[in-house]
Design a protein around this ligand. Sequence first.
Ligand code: NAD
Length: 470
Amino acid sequence: MPDLTMTIAGKPEASKETFPVLNPANGQLIAYAPECTPELLDAAVMSANEAREPWLADPAARSSALLDIAARVEGNVDELAALITEEQGKPLHEAKDELVAAVGDLRYYAGLNVPVDTVADTDDLYVQVLRRPIGAIAAITPWNFPLGTAMSKLAPALAAGCTVVLKPSPYTPLSSLRFGELVRDALPLGVLNVVSGNDSLGSLMTSHPLVRMISFTGSVATGKKIAVTAAADLKRVLLELGGNDPAIVLDDADVDAAADGVFANAFANCGQICVAIKRVYAPKALYGQLVDALADRARAARLGDGRDPGTDIGPLCNPVQRDRIQELVGDALQSGIRVATGGGVTDGPGYFYEPTVLAGLNGHERIVVEEQFGPALPIIEYSDIEEAIAEANDSHYGLGASVWTSDPERGRTLAPQVESGTVWVNTHQAGIPGQPFGGLKWSGIGVEGGPWGMLAYTELQAIHTNRLSH
Ligand code: NAD
């Protein structure tokens, strides 16, 4: 494929240094991506900083630019989806879904105004509360939803009047670089810069003095490092981190319906979703049936190259992730748990791992306690619902959770007892652009989505006017 370029100050930029990007379905080279040098990063951040004033001053231009970007993404869905599948591994239809959601974010924020509140308006006093954009933002994204996570940052940040330097993961830089090329002339110079590079480039971004906020999606370990770096300069942070989402199946659930929902939300994108279901709590009476139903669905799923229309589940995105799943399943096997189905890597090239369902766990195995981020799902038996909720809450994570029941009202009543940023009833991962999304505890700081997601890129300013003339 032709070399893709970074977008810096509105212009294409290559680099003498490059790094390889591999297709996880076969381990083959797709392309080399430019490794952004410190000098080019400096140019990107300076151009973002210089572009702030005119961008802030024109909300109507911001709105129409976001609509223009949405149309360009929509008009190039096939090309962008193919790139996502090639570099990340997910089935093509999932890559298209990712882009549909991204376009939805762009259109939603194009229609949102930054509010001004009036808290006093009398003959002698006028007090307004404004929201000022924070400034130049470093947006750093992971490899599981390269453009989905990018757009959930760019859309609200640009709508709020901020300017952005975006860095995708070194595993999946191509779709973001191409996106930058496609929208380069839709925005004033410097408003959006797209750079690519390894983790060290992320560190340079987060310590750059002109960056005033770091909007990060990725692992807890990196999120903690970023929080430390940000503290030195009191940069603002928005951290969307990992999850270990429990699904709690209630004793009145329809096993087949619950199994359909749990399976889809545990194994989509090969389990590599921050809000995938990562552990299931099932009541004693339904336990065996639910394990069997989930194992049946895992056995029926077709594993393959995401570009093949028959594929249900693609490969893991990289060998590190595949080795981690192997290690966590291996660790659980040593504790004497039962493999209902799966449990191994598949032959041939590519980073494939069989869809795996694990039973007979006591809830203390590493694969229950840690975020596995892959296609291996532990099912834990419980005796009473209070015990299940307590076990679900006994976690450093608090991103999402779900309750599965034939009585949605019962589920809704139980939901607030679960410690997570979102609790779903009879679904998981579902969202609309107007809904906040974020994590409690180690799962993050701040939210994306809805008006809150845009206000995250602003700071309050009070204008207190004494109307009595002096
Ligand atoms: P990661 O933390 O390894 O990397 C994410 C990004 O951070 C990459 O672009 C990487 O180059 C960069 N980076 C790495 N070290 C850095 C540093 N010291 N300073 C600045 N940037 C640095 O995460 P990953 O493996 O790409 O993604 C998987 C993780 O992301 C999982 O834990 C998953 O749950 C999480 N995730 C969370 C959400 C959410 O919205 N909460 C969404 C998707 C993924």
